[in-house]
Design a protein around this ligand. Sequence first.
Ligand SMILES: Nc1ncnc2c1ncn2[C@@H]1O[C@H](COP(=O)(O)OP(=O)(O)OP(=O)(O)O)[C@@H](O)[C@H]1O
Ligand SMILES: [Mg+2]
Length: 316
Amino acid sequence: MPPRIAHPSIATVTLNPALDLTIPLPRLARGEVNRVGAAELRPAGKGVNVSVMLGVLGEASLATGLLGAADIPAFAEFLDGQGVAADFVPVPGRCRINVKLVETEADGGAVTDINPPGAATPEGALEAVAAKLAYGPAIVVLSGSLPPGLAPGALAWLAERLRGFGARVVLDSSGPAFEAALAAKPALIKPNRDELSALLGRALPDRAALLAAAREMQEQGIGSVVVSAGGEGALFALPEAALWVTPPRVRLTTTVGAGDAMVAGLTAALARGLPPEAMARLATGCAAAAVSRPVGGSPALAEITRLAEAAHVERL
Ligand SMILES: Nc1ncnc2c1ncn2[C@@H]1O[C@H](COP(=O)(O)OP(=O)(O)OP(=O)(O)O)[C@@H](O)[C@H]1O
Ligand SMILES: [Mg+2]
């Protein structure tokens, strides 16, 4: 477990956390009673997931953001057990429950996500989150969607503030909030293929199209652009090199949180100053280990390392 320090050099921000209820079942029978085996309910939300995976990698982090006051003790206890310092701004109400129906017999393990909007955000809450980050973490991960009551410019505002504090920003979001935050020129972004395609308003059918799109983003002043493409792997358009990394074949548990695990690997690599190939391998190892993790648990560091070494790296 990483050392517990009050002001870790990595922070993650989750403005719309959730309790994830993951239900594995062979196949969903709509409109009928579905009796299932073990379900898992755990504190989540994209930045929270990133912090948990950073803990597995031995990197201490602060998890902050907005959280229903009644859920703060459960999140704090869970995160403490993962070596993560939790310091959320309380908001009225409860956090949402995101239901993930994982059909193990469907082709490729189809996941149906049911995500309610989350609790409304009171006045001044975003400013309170910024205040939690004023101590000056070196890297701040901004992940996920916005809760009701925050304008699409919320992530952009936060990213600008963080730049003022001297932090490097890692951004993993989608839609208008993602688009607006690009103006703050994050150090790294990790859209998936669909998110980048929606941003640019065109199809990105192959690696050449993805690389051209990533280059466009880099020309706008974004340092690194990592575009994930599910089981096919990911493009890593980094300042010094462009790589395509294909993950090794794994036995799928759930693809829930694959992107968050990849963001954790990227963040740890940034913090450690890893060269391109080592960064891409670590990120891929984290992601592949996350999709094959034991049900209800986190992947082991040794498994992340094994999968990172087994990944296939191509220079583009
Ligand atoms: N079936 C798979 N087998 C092995 N690795 C996988 C698989 N699916 C995803 N990954 C790994 O996880 C990475 C991220 O996956 P993906 O592109 O699905 O992220 P995402 O869409 O951002 O996910 P999220 O829903 O967590 O936001 C991939 O680049 C790959 O390395
Ligand atoms: Mg994602």
